[in-house]
Design a protein around this ligand. Structure first.
Ligand code: PMP
Length: 453
């Protein structure tokens, strides 16, 4: 292998990149990271960046949390790997399932493990197909989600994701139906109040169910706050409007809490923040504070009972991953839950969220910021060409990418999503680090807006 010299050249020569704008990488080079310190990452040149995206939302305790590292080391010493098939599973897996049901919003439940959020959504869909077939409704298979939702990248979870980029794969698969995104600022019609907007979305849901037939719909999946769709909190009263309709037609409601779970919105679950009770929860990312690839399906009492009965009837649920319920992942998750809930991390999110919002409100005074939105430690600023008409910038200007690149040059990692800039820092962020984030962001915004306005 003729090895090129620089880390950047080596990365570009041998790695295939996902979700990466390649012309930008060719021009700017890859940030090759060696380690992290608290909420900062450090690259091969020793440059430090405040990672205001917590990696990919997941490194909520920062990049060097000693307790999590110790928990991982201790479990590697004890028992470094096992599965959860054939009636065997590790003690850590048993303990994590108990803990997840305990901290869930459910009185009772059951847990199934995966390696990622995508696989957890795939698993939930297969579980619903399995359940409905066992209950004599094999045609109850369609899945309802929303435009701008992000549920993952495997063939099924990408079909649930409501993003146009999946058309390059010939997705979505048939039977995946996308409803209107509950973003009032963007999708509310001229003269429509927020309440009328929510009523319209509820009508759309009911019309869709009656058109398709309730007996053909396996489930409805939603993130409490859409994350990778651009940090979109639901319009006021949205979940309260749609849940009774789902209940009326016996359609399970699944809360995809891969981002919102474990503190991101200020509570343990996003469904608590938005005051609704789902039938099941999908968890990943924060579940291990990003220290291990892991996902989980947490069934509430009704689905748990029904799935359990279906499994008993068929004798097995023929599904699972080699590393489902991996003991090291489970030990880390047990520690991560303790860290987030008992070391003041969720508390820090609640304490600093008003400060976060106040900072963004001030920044959003600029004529080229159309909206700031979010909750807890997940926020977005949306760039616009014209504020009163909410007209976006010409896509060819790549405004949000330019802002994010300028931030990177200044030592701040944030993420462009559509025309928005997303900020979702680790929960350990201090006031001083929040100020640093705002200061760098403002510099970048002013530079780019001066170039494009
Ligand atoms: N659901 C949501 C809400 C997500 O944000 C993500 C990842 N960003 C996923 C599912 C997929 O998780 P993973 O990348 O671990 O497959």
């Amino acid at each position: 292998m003729n090895q090129p010299q620089s880390w950047e050249a080596r990365a570009e020569t041998y790695s295939l990149y996902g979700f990466t704008d390649m012309p930008s990488v060719h021009q700017r080079g890859t940030v090759v990271v060696t380690h992290g310190e608290g909420p900062y990452i450090v690259d091969v040149h020793g440059r430090r960046y405040l990672d205001a995206n917590s990696g990919l939302w997941n490194m909520v305790a920062g990049f060097d949390h000693k307790g999590l590292i110790e928990a991982a080391k201790a479990q590697y010493d004890r028992f470094p790997g096992y599965h959860a098939f054939f009636g065997r599973m590790s003690d850590q897996t048993v303990m994590l399932s108990e803990k997840l049901v305990e901290v869930s919003p459910f009185d009772n439940g059951r847990v199934f493990y995966t390696n990622s959020g995508s696989e957890a959504n795939d698993t939930m869909v297969k579980m619903l197909w399995f359940l409905h077939a066992a209950e004599g409704k094999p045609q109850k298979r369609k899945i309802l989600t929303r435009w701008n939702a992000y549920h993952g990248v495997t063939a099924v979870s990408a079909s649930m994701t409501g993003k146009p980029y999946n058309s390059v794969f010939g997705l979505p698969l048939p039977g995946f139906i996308h409803l209107t995104c509950p973003h009032y600022w963007r999708y509310g019609e001229e003269g429509e109040t927020e309440a009328q907007f929510v009523a319209r979305l509820a009508r759309e849901l009911e019309d869709t169910i009656t058109r398709e037939g309730a007996d053909t719909i396996a489930g409805f999946f939603a993130e409490p706050v859409m994350g990778a769709g651009g940090v979109i909190p639901p319009a006021k009263g949205y979940f309260q409007a749609i849940l009774p309709i789902l209940r009326k037609y016996d359609i399970p409601m699944i809360s995809d809490e891969v981002i919102c779970g474990f503190g991101r919105t200020g509570n343990t679950w996003g469904c608590l923040t938005y005051d609704f009770m789902p039938d099941a929860i999908i968890s990943s990312k924060n579940l291990t504070a990003g220290f291990f690839p892991m996902g989980a399906v947490i069934l509430g009492p009704d689905l748990a009972k029904r799935v359990e009965a279906a499994v008993e009837a068929i004798e097995e649920f023929p599904h699972g991953f080699t590393a489902s319920g991996h003991p090291v992942g489970c030990a880390i998750a047990l520690k991560a839950i303790d860290v987030v809930m008992n070391e003041g991390l969720a508390e820090n999110v609640r304490r600093l969220a008003p400060r976060f919002e106040a900072g963004l409100k001030r920044i959003a005074d600029r004529p080229n910021i159309g909206e700031y939105r979010g909750i807890g430690f997940m926020w977005a600023l949306e760039a616009v060409k014209d504020k009163p008409t909410k007209t976006p910038f010409d896509a060819n200007l790549s405004v949000s990418e330019r802002i994010a690149n300028t931030c990177t040059d200044l030592g701040l990692i944030c993420r462009p999503l559509g025309q928005s800039i997303v900020l979702c820092p680790p929960f350990i962020l201090t006031e001083a680090q929040m100020d640093e984030m705002f200061e760098k962001l403002e510099k970048a915004l002013d530079k780019v807006f001066a170039e494009v306005a």
